[in-house]
Write a protein of this length. Structure first.
Length: 162
């Protein structure tokens, strides 16, 4: 009987070690680009974003490469295809964004490099916002602090909570 009591801690440590190593291997495989099957939780997250995704309708105010030299990443659409480390804002959270709030957007330059930058909301027109860039780009001379442009709520990657 004492033999069983002595071995139980080793069994528990072994089980914890096994699952920790399995989790780390999955994380490493994802990092190195290996195909990793989605977990039930990840499938549920993707399906949630797919259910609430609404395509951006054409709006001439939105930035394009031809007109502005940059575009914005449709975060809501990419969230239907990939799992972000942190959850992106929901439709309800985006509806609460008002003038003077800060949001983070992903800017795509002509070389298809992505840079995340903060934008202050200056104006709101339904799901389209006029924003003021609050920092300079590290790589794009077109994107300078205080630049004004329009964007859609689908472009919002993060909302600054005060």
């Amino acid at each position: 009987m004492s033999y069983i009591i002595n071995i139980i801690p080793f069994i528990i440590i072994g089980i914890i070690l096994y699952f920790s190593l399995k989790k780390q291997k999955r994380k490493d495989d994802k990092y190195f680009g290996k195909e990793v099957p989605l977990t039930k939780k990840e499938i549920k997250i993707l399906n949630k974003y797919k259910a609430e995704y609404v395509e951006i309708q054409f709006d001439s105010r939105l930035p394009t490469f031809e007109k502005d030299g940059f575009e914005l990443v449709d975060i809501t659409k990419t969230a239907t295809e990939i799992i972000y480390d942190n959850p992106i804002p929901s439709k309800q959270e985006k509806k609460l964004v008002e003038k003077n709030c800060y949001v983070k957007l992903q800017f795509l330059d002509k070389d298809y490099d992505v840079e995340r930058m903060w934008v202050e909301i200056a104006e709101k027109d339904e799901d389209v916002f006029k924003g003021i860039l609050k920092n300079d780009s590290l790589s794009d001379n077109e994107l300078v602090s205080e630049k004004e442009f329009w964007f859609h709520s689908n472009h919002i990657f993060e909302i600054e909570n005060e």
